[in-house]
Design a protein around this ligand. Structure first.
Ligand SMILES: Cc1cc2nc3c(=O)[nH]c(=O)nc-3n(C[C@H](O)[C@H](O)[C@H](O)COP(=O)(O)O)c2cc1C
Length: 210
C-alpha cells in the first residue's frame, strides 16, 4: 500500500507515524507549576540529542492549540526531570496522560512517591529505576499544529546501583516500558548481543568500509 502524505490530515498522520515509529521509549516527565505543584505526564516522542553536554529532546504537542501543563511548566522555570518508565508501572504511565486541571498533581493522585532532585527544584519519582535532571536548553516549534521540540541539558543522572556497572547500564534489568501505537505498550522482549563494531573483522565489510 502506498499512502500519499499530502492526502492525510494531522490525526491520520499521527496514527500512521506512531504506529510505524515503534517501539518508543517513554520520558515520564515531572515538572513544577508556578504554584509549586508537581505535574507528571508521559512523552514518547523522546530522544538523545547530544552527549557533550548530555542533552535530551522531547516533542510536546498542544491540546486544542494550548500548551500542555508540562510545556507550560518547563517554559516557566526552565527545568524538568525525565524519569525512566518501568514496565511494572504501565497502568500509572497510561493514567498519568489523563487530562487534569493544572491544580491536580498526578503523582499524588496515582500514589507515586517523590524524591528530591540534587540540582533542579523539581522532584523525581522515587520508584523510577533512573531519573535525569534537566535544565531547559531550547524550544523549537515544528509544523502547523503548534508542536514544540523541547531540548534539555541533563545536569544529573540518578541510576539504581544494581543497574549500572563500569558506566554501562544493564538494559534487561532496567526493564523500560515502550510505547507502541494507540494504547499499546511493550517491554524489551529478547535482547540479542552482537560483537562490538570495533571488533568486527574487516573481512566482512565492503572494500570501501575497510
Ligand atoms: C505513553 C504516552 C506517550 C505520550 N507521548 C506524548 C508525546 O510524545 N508528546 C505529546 O505531546 N503528548 C504525548 N502523550 C500525551 C500526553 O501525555 C498528554 O497529553 C498529557 O495529558 C499531557 O499532560 P500535561 O498537560 O500534564 O503536560 C503521550 C501519552 C502517553 C500515554
Amino acid at each position: 500500500m502506498r499512502i500519499s502524505a499530502q492526502d492525510l490530515d494531522p490525526e491520520q498522520t499521527y496514527k500512521l507515524m506512531t504506529g510505524l515509529v515503534v517501539p518508543r521509549p517513554i520520558a515520564w516527565i515531572t515538572s513544577t507549576s508556578a504554584e509549586g505543584l508537581v505535574n507528571l505526564a508521559p512523552f514518547s516522542c523522546f530522544t538523545i540529542v547530544s552527549n557533550k553536554p548530555p542533552m535530551l529532546g522531547v516533542n510536546i504537542g498542544r491540546k486544542a492549540g494550548v500548551r500542555k501543563d508540562t510545556a507550560l511548566n518547563i517554559t516557566g522555570n526552565g527545568e524538568f526531570v525525565v524519569n525512566v518508565a518501568h514496565e511494572d508501572f504501565v497502568s500509572e504511565v497510561h493514567l498519568s496522560a489523563v487530562e487534569h486541571p493544572p491544580q491536580v498533581s498526578e503523582p499524588a493522585l496515582l500514589g507515586l512517591a517523590l524524591a528530591p532532585s540534587s540540582i533542579v527544584q523539581t522532584p523525581r519519582l522515587a520508584d523510577a529505576p533512573a531519573s535525569l535532571e534537566c535544565r531547559l536548553h531550547s524550544i523549537t516549534p515544528y509544523g502547523d499544529t503548534g508542536a514544540e521540540f523541547f531540548v534539555g541539558e541533563v545536569v544529573a543522572f540518578h541510576v539504581r546501583d544494581a543497574l549500572i556497572q563500569d558506566g554501562k547500564v544493564d538494559s534487561g534489568a532496567l526493564r523500560p516500558l515502550a510505547r507502541l501505537g494507540g494504547p499499546h505498550y511493550a517491554g524489551l522482549g529478547t535482547i540479542v548481543r552482537q560483537q562490538s563494531i570495533a571488533q568486527t573483522p574487516k573481512s566482512i565489510l565492503r572494500p570501501e568500509e575497510r
